[in-house]
Each structure stands twice: as structure tokens, then as C-alpha cells.
Design a protein around this ligand. Sequence first.
Ligand code: C2E
Ligand code: CA
Ligand code: CA
Ligand code: CA
Length: 277
Amino acid sequence: DATQLPDGLQLYQQGSDVAHQRQITLIRDLRHAPQTGGLSLLFQPKIDLQQGRVYQAEALLRWHHPQHGAISPGEFIPLAERTGSIQLLTAWVVEAAIRQLHQWNGRGLHLEISLNISAEDLVSQTLEDQVAELLGRYAIKGEQLVFEITESAIMRDPERALAMLHRLRGLGIRLSVDDFGTGYSSLAQLRRMPVQELKIDQSFIRELGEARGDAVIVRSTIDMSHALGLKVVAEGVEHDETRDLLHAWGCDTLQGYLYSRPLPPEAFEAWVAQPPV
Ligand code: C2E
Ligand code: CA
Ligand code: CA
Ligand code: CA
């Protein structure tokens, strides 16, 4: 009965009963997933083009549901965002990432982790306190973390986002604008934000070399970002030609299937030890 369920569920009423039932089950179980298990992080290498090495991994959340199996983040993240459970998931991701850094540091592996933060997290009052507590508990410096935030999440409530971003910066965490180019913000607006990095959206990167318009956008974004003192990451790098173009244009960091898919921690460690780059 939709009246007992959170907002957003009405959206699915028009769908089939099976799809509707699935949504109800997923929304209910998502809330408990941080306690009941089934969540895990995969790590995708990010390659520094200057140094030609891996220095960072993006942590990507996975959810294995006991009945429905693997659910893609493209399905469960928006559900969590609409039904108020994203903060619980983000708290789980932040702790898992910090615990992983603690393990890696202990074994002499000095890496950074970037992770994804939703619009709802930016307006919560608890994020900064939670992160500060976890950094202290695991003896990790904020400098080993990067928070990726989409431009639309920042622009939804720019004043509140700005306040939270400053508080996170105060912990030493670096901030990256994810999916850049897909929203309505401009570099001029982002200049007011305490961000250090832009990630050009994969939609501009994947066909680079084929679509002339993409090349112009990507090249000028790299140049303008550098003029503003921002680092540039390109994600969705799948082809050699794309890598070569981005290298020639001075892009700082590359991420994509050309190098590696997101990997479980052990496979990621093996990859870092022997990168086929
Ligand atoms: P995103 O943050 O833009 O992450 C990049 C997505 O592109 C990931 O998909 C990654 O596996 C995929 N990808 C990386 N390289 C390539 C490539 O070369 N080609 C192609 N086709 N895809 C590539 P994934 O893991 O399915 O995540 C999808 C989205 O779900 C993420 O997009 C992000 O918005 C969200 N997400 C994932 N984990 C989390 C999380 O912990 N918290 C939040 N709030 N969102 C998350
Ligand atoms: Ca991301
Ligand atoms: Ca992205
Ligand atoms: Ca995205």
C-alpha cells in the first residue's frame, strides 16, 4: 500500500505489479543493508598521466540482494536518494573506504580513495561530524580522501552546498566535480566553490576522436580548468586514441575500461602491483 511508503514510490505505480513489488522490496531492504550485509566496494584505478602510475581509486558501491541478486547502482542509488536512505549508505561507504585506507597504509601501500557523495548528503548536518570521527578512529588524514560530487548536486542548493564543502575542506578532504559538462553550471560558478578537480563526464570522452564537437569541449575544459588551478580527470577512457589525445592536451588523470574495470580490493591490489599500463 503506497500510502505507508516514502515519497517517490508513487512514481512506480504506473509500472507493472512485478516491477512495483520489486521496488517496494528494494526500498525496504536498502535501509537495512548496512547492517544485514550485501554491500561491498569495488575500486577502479585512476592513472596519473604525469607520473604514469596509479595513485588513486574510485570506490564504487555494489549491492547483492539475497533474492534479487546483484542490483546495479544505477537502480539502487536513485532509489536510496528518493527514499531517504542514501545517508545510511554514504556513511557505510565512508567507513568502508577509511577502513580500506587504514589497511593499505598498514601494509605500506600509499593510495588515495575517491568516493561519491549525493546531494542529500551535502545538506545533512551529520556528514562532516561522521567523517571527522572516522578519520580519527582509523588514524587517517583527510588528504587521502577525495569526495566526488556532481555539479547538479552542488547547484541544487549552492549556498548550503558551499558551506558543507568548506567544512569538508577543513578536514583536508579534496573535492572533485563529477559528471562535469552534463549540468548547467559553468566554470565561472564553480570558481566560487572550494573544489580542486573536475571530472569530465564520460559522454564527452567515450567517442573522443570521432566526434569533433567533443574534442573542442574537452580541450577547452582542460585549458580553462588549468587556468583556474583545477586538476582534470577524464573518465570513460576506453580506447588508445582517446588516451593519446588526452595526454597531448595535458589532462592530469585518466580512468576507464582501457586500464581496468572496477575491481574487488584484492584484485585492485594485484593490479597496482603489476599495472599493465
Ligand atoms: P559515476 O560516479 O559517474 O561512476 C562512474 C561509472 O562509470 C561507474 O559505474 C564505472 O564503473 C563506470 N565506468 C568507469 N569506466 C568506464 C568506461 O571506460 N566505460 C564505461 N562504459 N563505464 C565506465 P557504476 O559503478 O555502475 O556506478 C554508476 C553510478 O552510480 C556512479 O556514476 C555514481 O553516480 C553512482 N554510485 C556508485 N557508487 C556510489 C556510491 O557509493 N555513492 C553514491 N552516492 N553514488 C554511487
Ligand atoms: Ca564518480
Ligand atoms: Ca562520473
Ligand atoms: Ca554519473
